[in-house]
Design a protein around this ligand. Structure first.
Ligand code: AKB
Length: 374
């Protein structure tokens, strides 16, 4: 589609664009003037919104969320239909044995396109990203990987008329100006981290690709995710996972945020279920095309340590805040996710710290006893 904005001869370009648009509309396309639906959809684009997903690509599949999401998607849509893609981290045996794996640098559009064509991909879960802690140590890389990666995925989705895209946003979109408790869906977004900046810009980009090109892209704002399969890497909420591993292995943990630091958190089974549920929701119910608040529970680092101590009495936690304290202090403490609940039925199963802690301790203790806890 010619760019009207970049044209040195705007009148001519606008005329060409209008003629093409008119011809396409008369021939095989639909036009919809409602703001919440795509402005311009090709014939296949109309079907895109209603079509079932069948060939899935997961980027960031070697990461904390991607590794578990890929396995769940393979169980649900068959192992042959879900391609895992990673870049830096070595894929686990489970990931390699359960389906195809490809190495992709998400900042390279041609590489991404090659995989989309090779496997006839119609749906992408784009999880490859740099998180908040690493992002503050290398803001340029965070911008490059997070923004160019998302831009490439959205462009490929548009050009190859993919059925659907998932991209995660984060509580990092909020900054100190946002209400810190029960933060509403729509509020001021002035993050102080580069990671947060890429998430706000990413939300706007997703909304743009939906309303301008009809790309069915969906998103949630993840809180800190707690899981027992793959440890996270590079985030500010990583302490809430590390604490379990260290409690089991050494009965001690030095926490990098203060005891009274409260952040929104979620247990992995809820994260996976919420993500897949959102992707399976009928497009007509998805009104928010930036990103949905998605919440489960909130607790302080001290409350988490106390809960672990109930199950492991020898456990001791000390607190030595580092640069990530400032990041945590700029974030919110709890989120209002009523819009997600109303529009696509989001509801967490784990909203209780004690229940989640017991489950984590049991799983990780078994792994420790079997000698497979990393
Ligand atoms: C991080 O800590 O950077 C992530 C996030 C909350 O998005 N876990």
């Amino acid at each position: 589609m010619p760019s009207v904005l970049n044209s040195s001869r705007p009148t001519t370009r606008i005329k060409i664009f209008s003629e093409r648009m008119l011809a396409a509309m008369l021939k095989n396309t639909s036009y919809n003037s409602k703001v919440s639906t795509p402005v311009f959809q090709s014939k296949r684009g109309c079907r895109m919104l209603g079509k079932n997903m069948k060939r899935i690509l997961v980027t960031g599949a070697t990461g904390q969320i991607g590794s578990e999401l890929t396995i769940e998607l393979r169980k649900k849509y068959s192992h042959d239909n879900v391609v895992a893609a990673g870049h830096k981290r070595t894929p686990s045996e489970t990931l390699l044995k359960s389906g195809s794996f490809e190495s992709i640098d998400i900042t390279n559009k041609e590489g991404l396109e090659r995989i989309v064509e090779k496997y006839d991909i119609d749906t992408v879960y784009h999880l490859g990203a740099v998180l908040s802690g690493v992002g503050e140590q290398n803001p340029q890389a965070a911008w490059h990987i997070n923004m160019d990666g998302l831009y490439n995925v959205l462009q490929v989705a548009k050009e190859h008329e993919l059925v659907r895209v998932f991209w995660p946003s984060s509580i990092a979109v909020f900054g100190p100006e946002a209400p810190r408790v029960n933060t509403p869906q729509n509020t001021v977004l002035i993050p102080r981290t580069m990671y947060g900046v890429t998430k706000v810009a990413g939300e706007l980009l997703c909304n743009y690709y939906f309303s301008r090109f009809g790309v069915d892209v969906r998103s949630v704002r993840y809180p800190g995710i707690i899981s027992s399969e793959t440890p996270p890497g590079g985030g500010t909420t990583d302490y809430a996972v590390e604490i379990f591993y260290e409690a089991i292995k050494k009965k001690r943990y030095t926490c990098f945020v203060r005891q009274d630091t409260v952040l929104p958190m979620m247990y992995m089974p809820d994260c996976i279920k919420g993500t897949i549920d959102l992707m399976e929701t009928d497009p007509s119910r998805i009104k928010c095309r930036t990103s949905y608040n998605m919440s489960a529970m909130s607790f302080s680092a001290g409350q988490l340590a106390a809960e672990i101590k109930k199950l492991c009495p020898e456990f001791e936690c000390e607190y030595k805040p580092d640069f990530r304290q400032q990041i945590a202090d700029s974030w919110i403490m709890s989120m209002d996710d009523s819009v997600a609940r109303k529009e696509w039925g989001w509801k967490p199963t784990y909203d209780n710290l004690a229940v989640m802690t017991k489950d984590m301790m049991e799983i990780l203790t078994k792994k420790f006893e079997a000698g497979i806890l990393p």
